[in-house]
Design a protein around this ligand. Structure first.
Ligand SMILES: *Cc1c(COP(=O)(O)O)cnc(C)c1O
Length: 361
């Protein structure tokens, strides 16, 4: 047995390609850990559409426990998690109130229209933070010709806003006030463990007042595939129906669940390292001519910075980084995004700053 594991480890190491670049495009690029690969190989599995996969059932139970919600369900992607939740909460012809840079309306095709038949009603919020005072004004009056508000959606951390943390008191007020009007609130918590690390709070506390939360096991937590939805038992029962309808009912998915369990139990503890690296990058970038970033605002693993002063657009900037084996992308013509993760070391960050200095002369 131990010989087999040693042999297996050797094969794994051989099969891994040497890393060609420092990849800051997203934390979605993270490799599963050796422990995950081993757990996947050894996972006990059965048909999860029949609800019989023991590894999947364990993952569902643990996620519900950690988030202190009644139930949880695995979904193949964060996109499916958000869209299944939205389909559960809304009816066709309704509106969803959200910040204008929300992931679910910008980076998930037009699923909210195609699958849920809803339209977004957007608000701009400084650093992605929208308040109840802003939301209240966007809730449709009860006129038959006005699309009625069906859902409010928040994001923590904010992906396109630079990994921003949504303040708990602002979120709590939104949830309480929405619930008084009978409106559900969904949290896109793709990176809720990064938020929890930055806020020094357990995820359960962040999630407490939300009707549903989606979070990713992939990304910073390094699972190869998968996200989860948590909420009430009735909500998760409904989510299982729409997950199946979207093609997300999978059979021996415990192979993925085994990696997910390790992501959930072991990986959150190391996220501070990514946040420290992001801050280090931000402080270095702030010193470089032509780049604008407020390093103090970088609290998690994502940094968004303006390169207008360099005279380059983000396509040119990204190309020049790529020539030096640093991968990154712009979120528009003027703003670049860097994301730190398990496969970017402190030393890598030093190299990245050197490369950026070199192209900004
Ligand atoms: C990545 C992400 C998603 C979607 O996750 P996928 O697994 O890529 O579909 C949703 N919301 C936010 C905020 C994200 O960052």
């Amino acid at each position: 047995m131990s010989t087999n594991l040693v042999e297996a480890e050797a094969v794994r190491t051989e099969q891994r390609k040497p890393r060609a670049s420092i990849d800051l495009r997203s934390d979605t690029v993270t490799q599963p850990t050796a422990e995950m690969r081993r757990a996947m190989a050894e996972a006990e599995v059965a048909d999860d559409v029949y609800g019989e996969d023991p590894t999947m059932n364990r993952l569902h139970e643990r996620a519900a426990q950690i988030f202190q919600k009644e139930a949880a369900i695995f979904v193949p992607s964060g996109t499916m998690g958000n869209q299944v939740a939205i389909r559960c909460h809304t009816q066709h012809g309704q509106e969803i109130i959200c910040e204008e840079r929300a992931h679910f309306i910008n980076l998930e095709s037009a699923t909210v229209a195609a699958f849920s038949g809803c339209q977004p009603r957007t608000i701009y919020g400084e650093d992605g933070v929208i308040t109840w005072a802003q939301i209240k004004q966007k809730i449709a009056p009860p006129a038959y010709y006005r699309a009625q508000t069906g859902l409010i959606e928040l994001e923590n951390t904010g992906s396109l806003t630079g990994g921003t943390v949504f303040p708990q008191d602002v979120a709590d007020e939104i949830c309480d006030s929405a619930h008084e009007m009978g409106l559900p609130v969904h949290l896109d918590g793709a990176r809720i463990f990064n938020a929890a690390t930055a806020m020094g709070k357990p995820v359960a506390e962040i999630a407490r007042k939300f009707d549903s939360v989606m979070f990713c096991l992939s990304k910073g937590l390094c699972a190869p595939v998968g996200s989860m939805l948590v909420g009430s038992k009735a909500f998760i029962d409904r989510a299982r129906v729409f997950r199946k309808a979207m093609g997300g009912g999978m059979r021996q998915s415990g192979v993925l669940g085994a990696a997910g369990l390790i992501a959930l139990e072991k990986m959150p503890a190391r996220l501070q390292e990514d946040h420290d690296n992001a801050r280090l990058l931000a402080e270095g970038l702030a010193e470089i001519r032509g780049i604008k970033i407020d390093a103090k605002k970088v609290r998690t693993n994502i940094l968004v910075f303006s390169i207008v002063g360099t005279g380059m657009d983000t396509a040119e900037f990204s190309r020049k980084l790529g020539d030096k084996k640093v991968l990154a992308a712009g979120i528009d013509h003027e703003q670049m995004r860097f994301v730190t993760h398990n496969d970017v070391s402190r030393e890598d960050c030093g190299k990245v700053l050197e490369v950026v200095r070199g192209i900004c002369v």
